[in-house]
Design a protein around this ligand. Structure first.
Ligand code: FAD
Length: 394
């Protein structure tokens, strides 16, 4: 019986009553609609890289889209706004890094900075993935979805996706308040992504948009470099921080075939810098808090502060979750006890890792310890970035 431990990057979570992998568009819609019409708990899962699921059995349906095709409808590259924009469509089940590798190989610019982010194309737009100065939102043209409420398919234009920092209209449909599931659509959004169409620029070079990356490449922020070089540097920087998923997970029969074999091999070689015990995580476990100016004024003077927008559209101040965690006394490698099988990554303060044999309860208990400690020190309650199912991390 497949369990969430088999199909999530952090490797915890209970058994699944019904696991379905549709291979056609209509099959995905039917699987979702069948569960919804019967009122069964439904989880549409991609790479399982942004989920922490409880240890208890999941008495519902888990759907994983097995369609992974990438197509280039206008390979002739029409000229739009004086630029050569190429549209690329990818089915929701396509592995995200397979997609990035494909676009870089094709000489397209736009997502190279998002190399090495685990997961699927379908989920990339749910939390608007971002890294090293890029966000997927800037390249999305439209998203084809199944609307579980109105029971129809539709195309959502990027402008209507409600993209923000780790946020979209899809993710918003899952929450009544931060970390508080909505009654109707959780742990999967109202809109199930079927495919995403991207608008990418025909160019073999891209802009280096982030200091750490510029340093690794020996250039300045804003300089242009070959997209291939950017991709390789991103993979290197990620490996050094333990921010690549464990390539070994694709040996698990439940994961085999979900990522292209040659990309698994490249990922295996890229991760040699990171110790095995740091590789089983959900990536960053907490979001960077966006505070009102008043709340931010209460932070220590040296806390990082960036201009940001609050959920209600008014100006706010973004601070660093990693800084707060570290300054509340939880340093890299922290564990609640020396024999605990869950801990902060030794390479990255924001990642909670399963050191081997951890349960979801162990990870949740560590998360709560960090949340409570940061709140006691700074009055800020950290909100988890992963979708937390069957556990309460408010
Ligand atoms: C090592 C590591 C590094 C990471 N680094 C980054 C990073 O740099 N930047 C970043 O933004 N994220 C990062 N992440 C988080 C994660 O990779 C992304 O959030 C990714 O987009 C999740 O994709 P997934 O397919 O694994 O989603 P899952 O974990 O399978 O699902 C996440 C949510 O999306 C929903 N979902 C999945 N597929 C669909 C679909 N087809 N339609 C509708 N909803 C769907 C699920 O129901 C769930 O609610 C990292 C994670 C790890 C493990």
């Amino acid at each position: 019986m497949t369990s969430f431990a088999d199909i999530t990057t952090i490797g915890v979570g209970g058994t699944i009553a019904r696991f379905i992998e549709p291979t056609s568009r209509v099959g995905v819609i039917e699987a979702v609609e069948d569960a919804d019409s019967k009122g069964l708990p439904l989880c549409v899962i991609g790479g399982g890289s942004n989920m922490l699921v409880a240890d208890t059995p999941f008495n519902g349906v888990v759907v994983r889209d097995a369609r992974r095709r990438i197509t280039v409808p206008d390979e002739a590259a029409p000229v739009e706004n004086g630029e050569r924009i190429v549209h690329v469509n990818a089915e929701a089940g396509c592995n995200w890094d397979d997609f990035v590798a494909f676009t870089v190989e094709l000489g397209l610019e736009g997502v190279e900075g998002l190399s090495g982010i685990p997961g699927t194309v379908g989920a990339s737009v749910v939390q608007n993935i971002g890294a090293y100065g890029q966000e997927v939102a800037t390249t999305v043209e439209s998203v084809e979805v199944w609307d579980r409420k109105d029971k129809k398919t539709c195309d959502i234009a990027a402008a209507d996706m409600g993209f923000g920092y780790r946020m979209s209209r899809l993710k918003a449909s899952m929450y009544a308040a931060p970390a508080t599931p909505a009654a109707d659509f959780f742990p999967t959004p109202r809109y199930v992504v079927l495919s995403v169409t991207f608008a990418l620029r025909h160019s073999a070079t891209g802009t280096v948009g982030y200091g750490q990356l510029a340093k690794a490449l020996g250039v300045e922020v804003g300089d242009r470099m070959e997209t291939r070089a950017i991709r390789n540097a991103v993979l290197k920087v990620r490996a050094a921080k333990g921010m690549l998923e464990d390539a070994g997970r694709y040996e698990n029969p439940a994961m085999t075939g979900t990522k292209r074999a040659e990309q698994v091999e490249i990922a295996r070689r890229a991760q040699t810098d990171s110790p095995d015990y740091d590789r089983h995580s959900c990536g960053s476990f907490f979001m960077n808090p966006i505070l009102t100016a008043d709340a931010a004024a209460g932070l220590p003077e040296d806390a990082p502060r960036f201009d940001a927008t609050l959920p209600d559209g008014t100006p706010g101040v973004k601070t660093s979750a990693a800084w707060l965690i570290d300054h509340a006394g939880f340093h890299k490698g922290f564990k609640t006890s020396s024999d605990s099988s869950a801990g902060l990554s030794t390479q990255h303060t924001l990642a909670l890792t399963n050191r081997g044999g951890a349960t979801a309860a162990d990870v949740a208990s560590l998360a709560k310890t960090v949340q409570d400690g940061v709140e006691a020190a700074f009055g800020v309650r950290l909100v988890p970035e992963p979708v937390v199912v069957g556990l309460d991390l408010r």
